[in-house]
Design a protein around this ligand. Structure first.
Ligand code: NI
Length: 154
C-alpha cells in the first residue's frame, strides 16, 4: 500500500469521466487501499479515484461513520430539503466555498467484492457522497459554489 500523489484541480484528469469498474480483483483492492491511505494521510473525508489519476468509478468516504468504499455509485434519491455549507476538496488545498447540496441522499453501489449495496446518508455524509460522485463525471465543487470563502490565514 502507498500514499499516492493527489492531482490538483488544474490537471485535466479531474475533468474527465470515469469508466465503470468491471473487475473486482486484487488490482481494485490495492487501489482502494491506496485511496484510503491517501485520504487519511491528507486528513480528508473523501477521495475519488480520478484524484489519484485513475479514471474508474470508485470513491472512499469516511466522515466519522466508518469507511465506505463505493464502487460504481449512483445517487438514486435526493431530498428536496437542502443544506448550504462550506465545502472543500483535496484537489484544491486550502480553498473552501459555499455549496448547496441535498440534505439526504440514497446511493446504490457495489462493495469491493462486487456485492450490490445501498446506503442512506444525511448531512455531511450526504454532502460527501454528492461531492465524490461528482468527481466521477469531472465536476468539481467550484463549479457549484455560490461563493468562495476567504482563505485561512495560517
Ligand atoms: Ni474533491
Amino acid at each position: 500500500m502507498a500514499v499516492r500523489n493527489i492531482f490538483l484541480e488544474t490537471d485535466e484528469v479531474l475533468r474527465k469521466k470515469s469508466r465503470p469498474v468491471e473487475k473486482f480483483d486484487q488490482k481494485l483492492w490495492d487501489m482502494l487501499d491506496d485511496m484510503r491511505e491517501t485520504m487519511v494521510d491528507a486528513n480528508g473525508v473523501g477521495l475519488a479515484a480520478p484524484q489519484i489519476g485513475i479514471l474508474r468509478q470508485a470513491v472512499v468516504i469516511d466522515v466519522g461513520e466508518g469507511l465506505y468504499e463505493m464502487i460504481n455509485p449512483k445517487i438514486v434519491h435526493e431530498s428536496k430539503e437542502t443544506q448550504n455549507d462550506a465545502e472543500g476538496c483535496l484537489s484544491s488545498p486550502g480553498e473552501y466555498g459555499m455549496v448547496e447540496r441535498p440534505m439526504r441522499v440514497r446511493v446504490e453501489y457495489q462493495d469491493r467484492n462486487g456485492k450490490l449495496c445501498s446506503a442512506r446518508a444525511e448531512g455531511l455524509f450526504a454532502r460527501a457522497i454528492c461531492h465524490e460522485t461528482d468527481h466521477l463525471v469531472g465536476r468539481l465543487f467550484k463549479d457549484l459554489a455560490t461563493e468562495m470563502l476567504e482563505p485561512d490565514e495560517e
